[in-house]
Design a protein around this ligand. Structure first.
Ligand SMILES: Cc1cc2nc3c(=O)[nH]c(=O)nc-3n(C[C@H](O)[C@H](O)[C@H](O)COP(=O)(O)OP(=O)(O)OC[C@H]3O[C@@H](n4cnc5c(N)ncnc54)[C@H](O)[C@@H]3O)c2cc1C
Length: 474
C-alpha cells in the first residue's frame, strides 16, 4: 500500500501551499485533488476569474466616466462575450498549469481522486484516474484537510435550471442576460453584479438584511451603496425576502416579500449568492476523531490541529473568514506543526477586500467589534475629498480611517473605501502586525500625489495636524 509522511486533501490555495512547503522542507508528500488541475475555488471559480472580469468592468466604467465628465468621446463598447470568456479562461489555464509544473518540480506526488477517510491514518481514493495507486488507498503519518467550501444553494431556489446560477455558473459567463437578479448583497453578489452591469445586463439586487455587505463598517458601505444605486438604476431591494422562484419558459419568475419590493417580477437569469458551506460531509470524518461544529466547520486550535492527532485542517473548511490568504497562511502553520515546530496562527489583522467600485477594505479591529468587546478606541477619519489625487481621478467619495488605542496610540484597525483600497490596505496590515503607533504612520513620508497619503493624513487627523483639513489639535 502507498504510504506518505504527509497527505494533503484538496488542491486549493490552502492545500497546494501546504503541499509545496512540506515538500520544500523535505517531507514525502501526496496531494489528493478530485479535479484534474490545481487551484481550487480561488483559481478555478473564485478570486481570479472574478477579478479578471472585474478588470474589464473597471476599464469600461473608466471610459464611461471620460465620456460623461471629461469631454473625451468614444463610441459605446462592443462586447464579444466569447472573447471575454476565452481571455478569462486563459488566465486560469496559465496559472493552473504553472501550479502543476511547480508540484512536479517539488516531487509532490499528485493523485486525482476523491479522498474519503477510512480511519485516522488511511485515505480511500475514489475514481478511475491512472494516478490512483494499486489498492486505491494511501496511508499517512499526518493529513492536512483542505477541502474548502462550495456555494450554498437553498433547496427552494434549486430548480435544476442553468437560469438559476451560483457563483460558479455566473463566472462561466454563458451570456449577458438582459435582466439579472442577484439574491444576496454580500461581496460575491456585488462583485458579480458589477461585472454583469458593465457588460450590459440590467442588474437588481435583493438583500434580506437592512444593508449591503452585512457585517462591514457602515461608513465604508455608504459610498459604495450610493454608486451601486447609480449602476443598478436604484434596483437594490433591502429588507426584502425572495419567497419563491419559478421557471416560466425562458424566464425566472420571482416573488418578493418586503417593504422595498413586493409582488412578482421576471428575470432572464438569477444569481443565488447567499453564502458558502464547508466541504466536511461525505469525506469520512465520522471514521476519525475530527469534530465538526453545527455549521459544518472542522474544529481546530491555533496550531490547526483537529481533535484527531493525525489530522490538521486549514482554509475554508477550518472556519471563517473564508479567504484565500487566510487559507495559505494557515497552510504554513500546519506544515510547521507537522514538522514539530512551535507555530500557531496568531494574526492581528487578516485583511478583507470587496473588489467592487469603489473597493472596500479593512484589517484588524473594526468599530463594531470594538463596541461588542467594550474596547475604547479613538477613530481618525480622512475624507478623500481632501486628497489631490482623488480629486484628479474624479473619485472623491472615499475615506480612510484608523482605529487607535487611546492609551498607547497603537493602531488597532483600519478601514478604507475608494478605488484601489484593496491594494492600499496592505500598509495598514503591516502597521497593525508590527504594533505601529499612529505617529509612525503620520511621520513616514508618503509619495505625493497618491491615495496612499490618505493613510498618513488620517494619522495626522488623530493629532489634529492634517494640512488639508481643519480639526482642532489634541
Ligand atoms: C466568486 C468568488 C470570489 C472570491 N474572491 C475571493 C477574493 O477576492 N479573495 C479571497 O481571499 N478569497 C476569495 N474567494 C474565496 C476563496 O476562493 C476561498 O477562500 C479559497 O479558495 C479557500 O481555499 P481552500 O484551499 O480552503 O479551499 P478551495 O479553494 O475551496 O479548494 C478545495 C479543493 O479541495 C478539493 N476537494 C474537496 N473535497 C475533496 C475530496 N474529498 N477529495 C479530493 N479533493 C477534494 C476541491 O476540488 C478543491 O479543489 C472567492 C470565492 C468565490 C466563490
Amino acid at each position: 500500500m502507498t504510504h506518505a509522511q504527509l497527505v494533503v486533501l484538496g488542491g486549493g490555495p490552502g492545500g497546494y501551499a501546504a503541499a509545496f512547503l512540506a515538500a520544500d522542507e523535505g517531507l514525502d508528500v501526496v496531494l489528493v485533488e478530485s479535479e484534474g488541475r490545481l487551484g481550487g475555488t480561488c483559481l478555478l471559480r473564485g478570486c481570479i476569474p472574478s477579478k479578471a472580469l472585474l478588470h474589464v468592468a473597471r476599464v469600461i466604467s473608466e471610459v464611461d466616466e471620460l465620456r460623461a465628465d471629461w469631454g473625451v468621446e468614444y463610441s459605446a463598447p462592443k462586447i464579444e462575450i466569447d472573447k471575454v470568456r476565452a481571455r478569462k479562461d486563459k488566465v486560469i489555464t496559465t496559472l493552473s498549469a504553472g501550479l502543476g509544473q511547480l508540484a512536479k518540480r517539488r516531487n509532490v506526488r499528485m493523485i486525482q481522486a476523491k479522498g474519503v477517510l477510512e480511519d485516522s491514518t488511511t485515505l480511500r481514493l475514489e475514481g478511475s484516474d491512472p494516478s490512483i495507486p494499486e489498492g486505491g488507498k494511501v496511508t499517512f503519518d499526518h493529513l492536512i484537510l483542505a477541502t474548502g467550501s462550495v456555494p450554498a444553494m437553498p433547496a427552494v431556489f434549486d430548480l435544476g435550471s442553468d437560469r438559476i446560477m451560483d457563483s460558479t455558473g455566473a463566472l462561466r459567463l454563458q451570456d449577458v442576460p438582459p435582466r439579472l437578479l442577484v439574491i444576496g448583497g454580500g461581496y460575491i453578489g456585488l462583485e458579480m453584479g458589477t461585472v454583469y452591469a458593465h457588460l450590459g445586463s440590467q442588474v437588481s439586487v435583493v438583500e434580506l438584511t437592512a444593508g449591503l455587505l452585512p457585517g462591514a463598517d457602515r461608513d465604508l458601505v455608504r459610498p459604495l451603496h450610493k454608486r451601486l444605486n447609480g449602476l443598478f438604476g436604484d434596483r437594490i431591494y433591502l429588507e426584502t425576502k425572495v419567497g419563491s422562484l419559478g421557471l416560466q419558459g425562458n424566464e425566472v419568475e420571482v416573488a418578493f416579500e418586503g417593504p422595498a419590493k413586493y409582488g412578482v417580477e421576471r428575470y432572464d437569469r438569477v444569481l443565488v449568492s447567499v453564502g458558502r458551506r464547508p466541504v466536511s460531509r461525505g469525506i469520512g470524518l465520522e471514521n476519525t476523531l475530527v469534530q465538526v461544529d453545527e455549521r459544518g466547520f472542522v474544529a481546530c486550535d491555533r496550531n490547526q490541529r483537529t481533535a484527531d492527532p493525525h489530522i490538521l485542517a486549514i482554509g475554508d473548511v477550518a472556519g471563517e473568514p473564508m479567504l484565500a490568504h487566510k487559507a495559505s497562511h494557515e497552510a504554513k502553520v500546519a506544515v510547521e506543526v507537522v514538522l514539530g515546530k512551535p507555530a500557531e496562527f496568531d494574526k492581528l489583522a487578516i485583511p478583507a477586500v470587496v473588489f467592487t467600485d469603489p473597493e472596500i477594505a479593512w484589517a484588524g479591529l473594526t468599530e463594531d467589534q470594538a463596541k461588542r468587546e467594550g474596547r475604547a478606541v479613538e477613530i481618525a477619519t480622512y475624507p478623500w475629498a481632501a486628497s489631490g489625487r482623488a480629486q484628479a481621478l474624479g473619485r472623491v467619495e472615499g475615506l480612510t480611517k484608523w482605529l487607535v488605542d487611546p492609551e498607547t496610540e497603537r493602531v488597532l484597525g483600519c478601514g478604507m473605501v475608494g478605488p484601489g483600497a484593496g491594494e492600499l490596505i496592505a500598509e495598514a496590515v503591516l502597521a497593525i502586525e508590527m504594533g505601529c503607533e499612529v505617529r509612525d504612520i503620520s511621520e513616514a513620508v508618503h509619495p505625493h500625489p497618491t491615495l496612499s497619503e490618505t493613510l498618513m493624513n488620517a494619522g495626522e487627523v488623530f493629532f489634529g495636524t492634517a494640512t488639508e483639513i481643519y480639526k482642532p489639535r489634541r
